[in-house]
Every structure is written in structure tokens, then in C-alpha cells.
Design a protein around this ligand. Structure first.
Ligand SMILES: [Zn+2]
Length: 220
């Protein structure tokens, strides 16, 4: 685990905006290393203590971000500086910040497991049960409980997608999945958001492996 120093100690002496940028750059590198942000996929944001929201600009590879790749948006998702172009899915980030004041970081990626599993799942959610890693999610103190991951159909109209997500925001401790697209995960800070994303991606990878094994057994 190497992301904790980036998220906490190593950036603690920076000015708040620079610290947010450093966390976003480090998170982008980490997501890229894991193969969760292919091409220009994904977006990353942080809410500063003063309420400003720092988010990745539209396009650009998340493995090669610099502080110049980060811009400020308001709670409505609009750029604070005219002419800045935020990620197309910015509203899905700011929706979370507007809904819950305790949220300090949001991550979105397009992993193979998230994409394949959600595309193959006709149901409205995927249920995980019995995995030790479930404890990384809010409200989960034991592996005995189950985690329900909500699935939403993909939509290029992000405002319409946000409207469909809104009623479930308080009931998605593990984040949510957009079918054939990717995951949204959040936390009180970047450290927690990264830990939850890793936990969720682990669960998705396990579920995908199980499906492959079950399919192989059924053929045998
Ligand atoms: Zn996306």
C-alpha cells in the first residue's frame, strides 16, 4: 500500500489547492497502474476544506496528469474559470458533493471487471457476500453482511443519469456501477476513496473469476 503517504503525509505541507492537485495526480498514476483508466477514461476529484472542488479536465490520460490537468468547478458542475472544460461526467462528482458534506473525494474508472460484469448482468444490482474485503465499505463491520452494488444503465445524457442515481445516494456504501461503462466510488478523503475503489475492484475481479470458473465447470 503506497497511496497513503501521497494522500496524507507527503502532501501535508502544501497549500490546499496544490495538495488537492498532488492527490489527484498520484491517484491517476495509481489507477493507471492498476489498468482501471485505459486511454482517456476516468475522472478524479477532491473537495478542499474551503469547499472548492478540484477535478480533472476533459480528456487527457489519467496516468500522466500534472497540476495543470486539474481545474476548479462549482457544486453545479460548471467551471469556475470561463473557458475551462471539465470532464463530461463532472455532474456525477458534484452531485455527490452537493448531497453529502462529508464526501471529500470521488473516483471514476473503467476497469475490465466493472465493464464486463455490468454488461453481462441484466439485474438492477450485484450482491457480494462473504468477502473479508467488504469491511472497507461504510457500515460494514463484518464479512457476514452483504454488499449490494447498484447498476444503472449507461447514458450519454449525464444530467439524466444523475437524476436516476439521485434517489439511491444514501444507500450505496460501495459506490455504484454504470452498465458497460465503469464505477463511481467516494470517501471522506482521497485515502478512503482509493481504499474503497480497491475494495470494490477486488470484489468485481473475484466475481468475474467466479463466473469464468462456473462457466468452465458447466462445460466440463
Ligand atoms: Zn466514464
Amino acid at each position: 500500500m503506497s497511496f497513503q503517504p501521497y494522500a496524507r503525509a507527503e502532501t501535508s505541507d502544501l497549500a490546499p489547492w496544490d495538495r488537492a492537485c498532488a492527490q489527484i495526480v498520484a491517484a491517476g498514476q495509481r489507477l493507471d497502474q492498476r489498468g482501471w483508466v485505459p486511454a482517456t477514461a476516468g475522472n478524479i476529484s477532491v473537495r478542499l476544506p474551503d469547499g472548492r472542488i478540484a477535478i480533472t479536465r476533459s480528456g487527457g490520460h489519467k496516468g500522466f496528469l500534472t497540476p495543470a490537468s486539474v481545474m476548479e468547478v462549482g457544486l453545479s458542475g460548471a467551471a469556475v474559470i470561463a473557458g475551462d472544460r471539465p470532464s463530461a461526467e463532472t455532474l456525477l462528482h458534484t452531485q455527490l458533493y452537493a448531497h453529502d458534506r462529508s464526501i471529500g473525494a470521488v473516483l471514476h474508472g473503467h476497469s475490465v471487471a466493472a465493464t464486463v460484469l455490468s454488461a453481462m448482468s441484466p439485474d438492477a444490482d450485484i450482491v457480494f457476500a462473504g468477502y473479508e474485503v467488504q469491511k472497507v465499505f461504510a457500515g460494514q463491520t463484518t464479512h457476514d453482511a452483504q454488499v449490494t452494488l447498484k447498476l444503472f444503465d449507461n447514458d450519454q445524457d449525464i444530467a439524466r443519469l444523475a437524476t436516476r442515481v439521485e434517489p439511491f445516494l444514501d444507500t450505496m456504501p460501495a459506490g455504484y456501477l454504470i452498465r458497460g461503462h465503469g464505477v463511481y466510488v467516494w470517501g471522506a478523503d482521497m485515502f478512503q476513496a482509493l481504499a474503497r475503489l480497491e475494495g470494490l475492484e477486488f470484489l468485481l475481479a473475484c466475481a468475474l473469476e467466479r463466473r469464468k470458473l462456473e462457466a468452465a465447470e458447466a462445460r466440463a
